[in-house]
Design a protein around this ligand. Structure first.
Ligand SMILES: [Zn+2]
Ligand SMILES: [Zn+2]
Length: 242
């Protein structure tokens, strides 16, 4: 299922299996010929995500880049499928996780060793499966023109060390990755590279953005008036995160 949220922003809902599959957002004005995927999803979900994108008339060769909110398996798992389908596609990621990618260090991708052995027993993941060199390493603060839609990169570490969100001022629309969800939930902070006190500061930063549309990578999205919900989430979680 692909759904238009505002002009130039589309939502492709993740299809959770026994593991979660992240939502993907497609960004770019319809006639721009310059589209961006925000995150990819779980292994095996590449053709579903790309099929949904093609269903609205976007040609795959016009997808120029993937921006990763972070590099957990449920967001990056089908990146190899996407790169195979669109050979020229660029990968943009925060520098903190870009460094891990460049070293083919999988610790952030899997989060912990128990999960890694479970996954490796269920899927064939050859050595070097996620060995990609990012084309652009973000720091936070960049203003990106993504096919005519403007987003500011917001660095929000805590769920993972290189988590970012993307904020569009015009619609007060925020893609929050796994840092904050709808309905009072936040991302877990027990995995490799997570940090509760960083997460607390990131949540407080998000609550100051004045978000109207909240587009997280899992579960429900909020199409307007998200700010009170985010404020409540941050108030409830902050005392537990120090
Ligand atoms: Zn995550
Ligand atoms: Zn996730």
């Amino acid at each position: 299922m692909i759904e238009k949220i505002v002009e130039g922003v589309y939502w492709i809902a993740g299809k959770d299996k026994f593991l979660p599959d992240s939502h993907v957002y497609l960004v770019g004005l319809p006639d721009s010929k310059d589209f961006t995927m925000v995150d990819c999803g779980l292994m095996g979900m590449g053709s579903y995500k790309l099929g949904e994108i093609e269903s609205i008339g976007v040609k795959l060769e016009n997808i120029k880049r993937v921006v990763l909110t972070h590099t957990h398996l449920d967001h990056i798992g089908c990146l190899p499928e996407i790169v195979e389908a669109i050979p020229g596609i660029e990968i943009w990621v925060h520098e903190e996780e870009g460094r891990f990618m460049e070293r083919a260090d999988d610790r952030i991708i899997f989060g912990n060793q128990m999960f890694e052995s479970m996954i490796r027993s269920q899927y064939t993941i050859p050595k070097g499966f996620f060995d990609f060199k990012p084309h652009r390493k973000l720091k936070g603060g960049e203003v990106l023109d993504l096919g005519g839609v403007i987003f500011k990169v917001i660095y929000i570490p805590g769920h993972s060390i290189g988590s970012i969100g993307l904020f569009n001022e015009e619609h007060r629309l925020f893609m929050s990755g796994d840092t904050v969800y709808a309905d009072g939930a936040i991302g877990r902070y027990d995995l490799f590279s997570a940090d509760a006190s960083q997460l607390k500061a990131s949540l407080e930063l998000i609550s100051k953005l004045g978000v109207d549309y909240l587009l997280p990578c899992h579960n429900r999205i909020v199409k307007g008036s998200a700010e009170p919900m985010i404020d409540m989430t941050v108030r409830n979680w902050s005392p537990l995160l120090s």
